[in-house]
Design a protein around this ligand. Structure first.
Ligand code: FES
Length: 286
C-alpha cells in the first residue's frame, strides 16, 4: 500500500509544469538570498540538514493539538482547549521554518525524488493551511469546525511525513553519501608523475574513489563521492584557491580539510593522508 502511494505520486506527470514553476521560484529566491542565508537554511553550519530538525515542531505540536482536542470533547475542561489552541499556533510557527528549509533542500534534488519531494511539500502546505483555518475558527469560538480542520490537516501532514520518510530512508536524501570505511594503511594509487600541479585527479584506494590535488610539495586527498548526493568531485571545478565545487549541485568543499564552504551539502568530505613514496602517490584514511 505504502509503496503504491509512492508509485502513484511518481506517475503524476501532470505535475511536471508545477515542479518547473516551483523549482524556478525557489531557485530565484535562494539566489537572491545569497550563500550565507542559503547555507544557514541547508544546515551547513550544523553539519546536518536543518529541515528534519524543524519538522518535529509542527508534527509534535499538531499531534498534541489533536490529542488535546479529543480529550477536550470527552471532558470539556477549559485547560485542554487552551492547550490545543496553543499547540496549533506553535505548530504553525514551526511549519514556516520547516517549509522554507524544506523547499530550499528540495530545489537541489533531481529525478523521481524531485516529484515526491514536491508532493511532500504541497501536502505539508495543505496541512498547514488547514491548521491555519483551524486556528481562525478557534479564535472565533467555532471550536467544532476548528477541530474538524485540525483532523484533516493532521491527515495531510501525516501522508506528507510518510513521503518525507521515504525520501530519507529509501532514497537517501539528506544522508551522508561519503564512504565510512577507509584503508588504514598507505596504499599506492598512481605514479607521482601523473599528478599535475593544481589539477584534480581521481584515484582508487582499496575500492574507495578519492580526489587528489597537488600544491607544490603538498598533496590533498578527499573521498571523491560528494556527501550531498554522491556527485563525482574529481569532475568538479577548483575555486577559491584550494576548494572544489561539486559538478552536480554546486557544493563547495575545502580540499585541505574537507569542510563544507557552501551547501547544499551539510556533511564534510572525509579527508585522507597522502604522500609520495618511491615515486608513487600513497594514500590512507586520515
Ligand atoms: S551531489 Fe549534490 S552537491 Fe554534490
Amino acid at each position: 500500500m505504502s509503496s503504491e502511494l509512492v508509485r502513484f505520486v511518481e506517475r503524476q506527470d501532470w505535475l511536471e509544469p508545477v515542479e518547473k514553476t516551483v523549482q524556478q521560484a525557489v531557485e530565484t529566491a535562494v539566489e537572491r538570498a545569497g550563500p550565507v542565508v542559503a547555507n544557514a537554511l541547508y544546515g551547513t553550519w550544523l553539519g546536518h540538514p536543518v529541515h528534519p530538525v524543524l519538522t518535529d515542531i509542527p508534527l509534535g505540536a499538531w499531534t498534541a493539538a489533536v490529542v488535546l482536542d479529543a480529550l477536550d470533547s470527552c471532558d470539556g475542561g477549559k485547560g485542554l482547549k487552551r492547550g490545543a489552541d496553543a499547540a496549533v499556533a506553535l505548530g504553525l510557527a514551526g511549519a514556516v521554518g520547516s517549509a522554507i528549509t524544506g523547499f530550499t533542500d528540495w530545489h537541489k534534488i533531481d529525478g523521481k525524488q524531485h516529484r515526491i519531494g514536491l508532493v511532500h511539500g504541497l501536502l505539508n502546505t495543505l496541512g498547514a493551511g488547514l491548521f491555519a483555518a483551524s486556528y481562525v475558527c478557534r479564535r472565533r469560538s467555532a471550536g467544532e469546525s476548528g477541530r474538524r480542520r485540525a483532523v484533516l490537516g493532521y491527515a495531510a501532514a501525516g501522508i506528507a511525513a510518510y513521503l518525507g520518510g521515504h525520501l530519507v530512508y529509501r532514497e537517501k536524501i539528506g544522508v551522508d553519501h561519503t564512504p565510512k570505511e577507509l584503508p588504514q594503511d598507505f596504499t599506492p594509487v598512481l605514479d607521482a608523475s601523473e599528478l599535475i600541479e593544481g589539477e584534480l585527479k581521481r584515484a582508487d584506494v582499496g575500492g574507495v574513489p578519492v580526489v587528489l590535488l597537488k600544491r607544490s610539495d603538498q598533496i590533498f586527498a578527499l573521498a571523491e563521492t560528494c556527501s550531498h548526493l554522491g556527485g563525482p568531485l574529481a569532475e568538479g571545478q577548483l575555486e577559491d584557491g584550494d576548494c572544489v565545487r561539486c559538478p552536480w549541485h554546486g557544493s563547495l568543499f575545502s580540499m585541505q580539510d574537507g569542510s563544507v564552504r557552501e551547501g547544499p551539502a551539510t556533511h564534510p568530505q572525509p579527508c585522507l593522508e597522502a604522500r609520495i613514496h618511491e615515486g608513487k602517490v600513497e594514500v590512507r584514511g586520515g
